[in-house]
Design a protein. Structure first.
Ligand code: NAD
Length: 259
C-alpha cells in the first residue's frame, strides 16, 4: 500500500534527471501516484519524454509558464483524461544570468519583472487554472530557498522572487483552504542542478554546506522527494501555507561553526 495510491500528480519543472522535480516525481510515483509532466517545449522530446517513459508516464505537455494560454492548454489536456488533479508540483524558476551575480542594486526593471513573473507569479497562474480540477484533499507544492529571507551572495533578484513566492503560498492557502485544497513550499538546501549552475559562486556555497549544516550532509533531490510525499499525502492534511525546510537544519544556525 502506497501513501499516494489512487492519486495523480502533474509536475512542472523537469529539465533533466538532476532536477528537483524529477526527484519529486520518482518519490510520488514510488508511493503509488500516477505522474504527468509539463516542461518548456525545447526540453520535451530530448529530455522530459524519455524520463517520463522510463517510469511509464505518458502525459507530457509543453508549457512556458509566462503564457496563460499555454497554461490553460496543459490543464485542458489533463482534463481530457482525468476528472481531477490531486497533486500540483511547481518546481521552476528563472532569472537572467547577469542578475545572479554582482550587486542587487544593478538589477534592471526587465530582469526583475522576468524573475518575478516566471518564479513567483507562475504559481498563482497555475493554481488558478488548475482550480476547477482540484478537489478536497488536493495539494499544491512549490520550491523555495533560504535566500527568500536572508541575503545570500549572488542570489539577488531570485531571493526577492522566492520571498514573493513564499508570500503567495500563504495567500493562496487562505484562498483555497475553505475548499480543502492545501498549498505549501519546500525550502531546499543547495542541490547541483541546471538552475543552480546559473548562480555565480554556487559551487563555493554548495561545497561548504555539508560542513556547517547540523546534519553534516548535502541535500539530494531524493530528500526533497520524501518531504514532498509528506506534503502531498494525508500525513500533512492539517498543514497549509507553510514553508518546510529540507536543508539539514542549515536555516536554524545563527553563527555557523564547522568541525
Ligand atoms: P532545474 O534547472 O532542474 O529546474 C528548473 C526548471 O525551471 C527547468 O525545468 C526549466 O525548464 C524551468 N523553467 C524555467 N523557465 C520556465 C518557464 N518560463 N516556463 C516553464 N518552465 C520554466 O533546477 P532545480 O534546481 O531543480 O529547480 C527547481 C526549483 O527548485 C526552482 O524553483 C529552484 O529555484 C528551486 N530550488 C533549487 C535549489 C537548488 O539548489 N538547486 C534550492 C532550493 C530551491
Amino acid at each position: 500500500m502506497g501513501l499516494l495510491d489512487g492519486r495523480n500528480a502533474l509536475i512542472f519543472g523537469v529539465a533533466n534527471d538532476h532536477s528537483i522535480a524529477w526527484g519529486i516525481a520518482r518519490a510520488l510515483q514510488a508511493e503509488g501516484a500516477e505522474v504527468g509532466f509539463s516542461s518548456v517545449e525545447s526540453l520535451i522530446e530530448r529530455r522530459v519524454r524519455p524520463l517520463a517513459e522510463s517510469i511509464g508516464s505518458t502525459f507530457v505537455e509543453p508549457c512556458d509558464v509566462q503564457s496563460d494560454e499555454q497554461i490553460r492548454a496543459v490543464f485542458a489536456r489533463w482534463a481530457e483524461t482525468h476528472d481531477s488533479l490531486d497533486i500540483l508540483v511547481h518546481a521552476l524558476a528563472f532569472a537572467r544570468r547577469e542578475d545572479l551575480e554582482g550587486g542587487f542594486v544593478e538589477t534592471s526593471r526587465e530582469g526583475f519583472a522576468l524573475a518575478l513573473d516566471v518564479s513567483a507569479y507562475s504559481l498563482v497562474a497555475l493554481a488558478r487554472e488548475a482550480r476547477p480540477l482540484l478537489r478536497r484533499g488536493s495539494s499544491i507544492l512549490t520550491l523555495s530557498y533560504y535566500g527568500a529571507e536572508k541575503v545570500v551572495a549572488n542570489y539577488n533578484v531570485m531571493g526577492v522572487a522566492k520571498a514573493a513566492l513564499e508570500a503567495s503560498v500563504r495567500y493562496l492557502a487562505v484562498d483555497l483552504g475553505p475548499d480543502g485544497i492545501r498549498v505549501n513550499a519546500i525550502s531546499a538546501g543547495p542541490i547541483r542542478t541546471l538552475a543552480a549552475s546559473g548562480i555565480a559562486g554556487f559551487k563555493r556555497m554548495y561545497g561548504g554546506f555539508a560542513e556547517v549544516a547540523p546534519l553534516r550532509a548535502n541535500i539530494t533531490p531524493e530528500d526533497v522527494g520524501r518531504s514532498a510525499v509528506y506534503l502531498a499525502s494525508d500525513l500533512s492534511n492539517a498543514v497549509t501555507g507553510e514553508t518546510l525546510y529540507v536543508d539539514g537544519g542549515f536555516n536554524i544556525v545563527g553563527v555557523p561553526t564547522a568541525d
